[in-house]
Design a binder for this molecule. Structure first.
Ligand SMILES: Nc1nc2c(ncn2[C@@H]2O[C@H](COP(=O)(O)OP(=O)(O)OP(=O)(O)O)[C@@H](O)[C@H]2O)c(=O)[nH]1
Ligand SMILES: [Mg+2]
Length: 476
């Protein structure tokens, strides 16, 4: 090989090496891009990355096949999600759409403000198509009510929960029950009330669980503290005595504030001003059956003002002088007594004595305008001035029930059946198997206490109203 040839070969080799080198670079680049694309595809098909959007996005996406992009909208069968990151404080906005309902969640990177909103008027209710063989519980037939069909119009109503931050764990299950069994179709707002500020965690978790707007209200101090006229020494002595006598919550101060607030103040919270109907949801209740109609529409259409599930008798030791004061008030205000009242539910001797029967207020679907009425307000103020929410530990349930029994028309009450309900330690489960099956109940009818002949009062309610008892409920 000549020197010339050798040079040429070296040049060729160099140029070949250069081509190979370029080729390898391109291959590596393609590989990197491919890996990136595969990685991106895999991740974008799962959930929103927590670092991008925070815990709330993971909640939104839980169990949902979602697609995530930045500053772009992608549609899949179930969901539209877009994550928008703005300059300055990072605002992450997640919009989801499922079954024609759009939800928007915003979060700032300092976790300060979590706002949960309906997206400008696009929220759409899921209307239940009622099967031809739909059945009402026999007790509803006996009460002469109708179950309204969905019409796509939400009532002016709200779910209300008074609770502490520490109730969050129990409350999650309660909310889930009510959302799954009822509210996922209607998206009614949910108001949470507390005497201290709700924590960010409480807001994050509850706003992710609720399908309507969530609102968080602070209770004014004067509604959650002993009024000036309470004799502090007397109060302390009484609490000691109640503790010694093992009166339930007899020594507790917060319990008294809770009862007094539920009895006299909750509807005054400005967050409730805009609503007509409310469903009180305590943090320790469960629902076991589908509710196959709009419970608030039910109230309006059937002209009901007070709905209950369980009714029972009050501990005498917590209300020794309540009836005396009720009579004192009614002597002063006979004009408030409804001509067609329900006194025979709470008294067996035409108002002489209280038989202890009351509606268990941990489930209450009611017309807020009843509480806002002058009669109710005067009634509460009169009772409150006795100081006995503190000295005797009056519960809110008998106060609500006594007021309703005197001031409402007896046709304005309703006993709800077919929902399945639990609050420690009592359970209500529909007695009729067809209703349990239709409403997909998960409760044990053997544990139902509704129709017990002692301690509970629903039989009394049926007797005084001349309603026929449901089948399978023995007449005695
Ligand atoms: N913010 C606040 N909420 C309370 C307080 N005490 C009770 N609650 C809430 O008020 C509602 C009723 O309270 P409960 O403690 O369940 O009262 P109860 O049902 O009479 O008593 P239990 O039979 O023990 O359940 C629940 O939703 C509680 O979470 C309190 O001190 N502060
Ligand atoms: Mg409770």
């Amino acid at each position: 090989m000549s020197e010339e040839d050798t040079k040429t070969k070296k040049v060729d080799q160099r140029s070949n090496n250069g081509t190979n080198y370029k080729f390898s670079l391109i291959s590596i680049l393609i590989a990197i891009v491919s890996i990136f694309v595969i990685y991106y595809k895999q991740n974008s098909n799962l959930t929103i990355d927590e670092n991008t959007c925070g815990e709330i996005c993971n909640n939104v996406n839980k169990g949902i096949d979602s697609t995530v992009v930045t500053t772009e909208t992608v549609t899949t069968e179930k969901i539209i999600t877009s994550v928008i990151t703005e300059a300055g404080p990072v605002v992450t906005k997640v919009i989801t759409e499922e079954n024609n309902v759009k939800r928007s969640t915003e979060q700032q990177d300092d976790n300060d403000d979590i706002v949960y909103l309906d997206l400008e008027g696009t929220s759409k209710m899921i209307n239940l198509i009622r099967p031809d063989d739909y059945q009402m519980p026999a007790s509803d037939v006996a009460q002469g009510v109708v179950h309204p069909e969905d019409d796509g119009i939400r009532e002016n109503a709200v779910l209300v929960t008074l609770c502490r931050n520490s109730d969050l764990l129990n409350l999650q299950k309660t909310i889930r029950d009510i959302e799954d069994r009822f509210n996922h179709r209607y998206h009614y707002d949910w108001v949470f009330l507390n005497e201290v500020e709700f924590s960010d965690e409480f807001k994050r978790v509850t706003s992710a669980l609720c399908s309507g707007k969530t609102k968080y209200g602070l209770i004014p101090e004067e509604q959650w503290s002993e009024p000036d006229y309470i004799d502090v020494e007397k109060f302390e002595k009484i609490r000691d005595e109640m503790f010694d006598n093992e009166v339930l919550y007899g020594e507790s101060i917060p319990y008294r504030h809770m009862c007094r607030y539920q009895a006299g103040f909750f509807w005054q919270h400005p967050l409730l001003d805009e609503y007509d109907y409310y469903w009180r949801v305590d943090s320790d209740v469960n629902i076991f059956c589908n509710i196959p109609y709009d419970i608030f529409k039910f109230m309006r259409v059937n002209q009901k003002k007070y709905g209950f599930i369980l009714s029972l008798t009050e501990y005498e030791t917590t209300i020794p002088t309540l009836w005396k004061h009720v009579k004192g008030f009614l002597d002063e205000h006979p004009e408030y007594i409804n001509d067609n009242n329900l006194i025979d539910f709470i008294s067996d001797d035409d108002g002489e004595t209280f038989n202890g029967c009351h509606f268990w207020s941990n489930f209450e679907v009611a017309d807020l305008n009843f509480f806002r009425s002058q009669a109710y307000q005067d009634f509460f103020e009169y009772l409150d001035n006795t100081g006995n929410f503190f000295y005797e530990r009056w519960g809110d349930a008998p106060i609500h029930s006594i007021a309703a029994a005197f001031f409402l028309d007896r046709s304005e009450f309703h006993f709800f059946d077919g929902l399945g309900f639990y609050h420690p330690d009592f359970l209500s489960c529909p007695t009729e198997e067809n209703i349990r099956i239709q409403n997909q109940c998960t409760c044990d009818p053997e544990k139902d206490v509704t129709w017990w002949t002692f301690y509970f009062c629903t039989r009394q309610y049926f007797r005084i109203n001349d309603y026929e008892l449901p089948p399978d409920v023995s007449p005695i």
